[in-house]
Ligand binder design. Sequence first.
Ligand code: GLU
Length: 418
Amino acid sequence: MSDDTNPFESLQSQIEDAANYLDIGDDVIERLKHPERVLETNLTIERDDGDLERFKAFRSQFNGDRGPYKGGIRYHPQVSRDEVKALSGWMTYKTAIVDIPLGGGKGGIVIDPDDYSESELERLTRSFARELRPMIGEDRDVPAPDVNTGQREMNWIKDTYETLENTTEPGVITGKAIDSGGSAGRVEATGRSTVLAAREAFDYLDKDLEGATVAVQGYGNAGWIAAKLIDEMGATVVAASDSTGGIYNPDGFDPVAAKDHKIETGSVVGYEESEEELTNEDVLTLDVDLLIPAALENAVDADLAADVEADVISEAANGPLTPAADEVLEGKDVFVIPDILANAGGVTVSYFEWVQNRQRFSWSEERVNEELETIIVDAFNALVETYEEHDLENPRTAAYVVAIQRVADAFEEAGSWP
Ligand code: GLU
């Protein structure tokens, strides 16, 4: 994090900004600014050397008005109660802007997984799954991967849940390996929506994506897939970074070979096609047509935003711009495609996975990608319609206006329970 902005406060200020354009009572808005419940738990597992270690873990169920809570579980030293609350709120408005029948949730464990063996991580994940068991289920709360978790962890959670419940219920979790009930196209989905949204934005702004220059901050699953797909669309990826530093070549480089280099050496730094080494911050402030922040929250604060030179930003990460950065970028006419739309491909294909699990019928990758494209294009069009209708300066506010209205409608239509 480049500054200590509290992500939960960022979420609340984003909701307040949008509320100014909505005819919804303050009492309802107040409800939509807070999670319904948060589990905080301590997991104690045995290390390989026989010692015990305790880990703090959270699951926030933010809102279930539109369907089961939905959202990932991250493993990171920076996980905190407020971070998980914020991320669960962003999930609520993400599922709403793409209009899939799910609510919002998020979980996390405070850990640096690099410091632990696979068997330690398995014990820890299964221990978390046991704690989560009473609150999850395919109709209740459906976790998924997030930062530093993937198919392996999802398979362990599914197995723990199904063993304890003495059932088969693959839809209790998404992001599984294909042989364990996962969906084709799920791994690529976050990067895919990031570039589909960018393509729509370029089209809307009458800008040419062919030959456009792109910088990608964060080269994990979302970042490198976005780089690969935007390159296939004819854009030129000129810079990429990860936690150890960045690479730059003004003529572009092969994003897949850069990823292979990262797999081999642990970092993009040192990749042979790079002409210059950059810092993470340099990558964020390059003069490019499109910037894709694909790491963690608060990557761009107000100070850094003053130096941002990109024309369009497509947020693959959750919460990469602070609200103060948003204000600066608004003044500079940077078109920011908000995270809740740009990275919604992950949860959208999770939704397809859940549907396939319930139908016990698998879709082809082609069908997954086609249906994803329709959903992202429709969501972008809904955003633009509201953006123009209210003459908004910030596409993020437009996305929240659409999303909050949908959640509030579901809440009000349900009536009150005495
Ligand atoms: N962790 C992803 C996100 O932040 C995906 C969540 C999901 O698939 O439920 O959107």
